[in-house]
Design a protein around this ligand. Structure first.
Ligand SMILES: [Zn+2]
Length: 93
């Protein structure tokens, strides 16, 4: 059984986007509807959270990755993991 360890990592992040690319934060866990907290990057209130529970606007996190490409590789902000879907159920595009 898995312990509910709420240390730093809230849940498993996916890939770290390349500088200039967009984060994929579609998972509802990025949105804390209980309360806003000051964004770690711009200090304005935000309901958005990183995978580590750090409050940050998605756009601020993307700008931070672009401005700090080396630090970004350490995984402060990452996209959600991509669910592996069967190709044949979703090829209408
Ligand atoms: Zn911000």
């Amino acid at each position: 059984m898995t312990a509910r360890a709420r240390k730093t990592l809230v849940w498993e992040p996916g890939e770290i986007p390349a500088p200039g690319a967009l984060l994929d934060w579609r998972d509802g866990r990025h949105f804390d509807h209980r309360h806003d907290r000051p964004c770690a990057l711009c200090a304005r209130p935000t309901p958005m959270r990183s995978h580590h529970g750090e409050p940050a606007h998605k756009t601020c996190a993307e700008s931070w990755i672009t401005a700090h490409p080396t630090e970004a590789r350490l995984g402060r902000f990452a996209s959600d993991t991509q669910p592996k879907r069967a190709r044949d159920t979703d090829d209408h595009a």
